[in-house]
Write a protein that binds this ligand. Structure first.
Ligand code: ZN
Length: 176
């Protein structure tokens, strides 16, 4: 009886990398944001490539998306979003359910602002992977005070920063 030679099947080659996977999750999270101007997301990952926290920018729980202001313009800070919005990075830290974040890395769309930088450093996160050099708060460039302060703190605290090389787009399509 002739034995059929078992064909050796190789693994797929076009699977996405860990970086693309986690950044993709950060970008998908950003799509949950109600902010009409800036949608950001963040994903915290531990040394074993396990996701331990996800967040996007939004108002704190109990602060209505319909009652608090979304505008980024105006002289009265109480009537703009800045005093109220919790950034994606901070939300990801707060959503980590008590995980030890020491040695973790965080994927963010933008370079974190100085406020998130403090929380990132204090939580023990040691690496930031970002996609864009636009400033987190002002969306202008990385030479804004908030980003310069963040970069200064990251350098002093030994938090590594790495810009992710985006390969293109990932399309998520699903149907029944
Ligand atoms: Zn921030």
């Amino acid at each position: 009886m002739a034995t059929k030679k078992r064909q050796f099947i190789k693994k797929r080659q076009d699977y996405i990398s860990w970086d693309e996977y986690f950044m993709g999750i950060a970008l998908l999270s950003a799509m949950r944001s109600k902010d009409p101007n800036t949608q950001t997301g963040a994903c915290i990952v531990d040394k074993k490539n396990k996701i331990v926290g996800i967040g996007y920018n939004g108002f704190p729980i109990g602060c209505s998306d319909d009652k608090f202001p979304w505008t980024n313009k105006g002289n009265n800070p109480l009537k703009t979003k800045y005093f109220y919005v919790c950034h994606a990075e901070l939300n990801a830290i707060l959503n980590s359910h008590g995980h030890d974040l020491n040695g973790c890395r965080i994927y963010t769309f933008l370079i974190p602002c100085n406020e998130c930088a403090k929380a990132i450093i204090q939580s023990g996160i040691k690496e930031i992977i970002y996609l864009s050099e636009l400033a987190a708060m002002y969306q202008k460039n990385k030479n804004t005070p908030t980003v310069l302060a963040a970069l200064k703190m990251f350098k002093s605290a030994g938090v590594k920063m790495r810009k992710m090389r985006a390969r293109g787009k990932i399309t998520i399509a699903y149907k029944e």
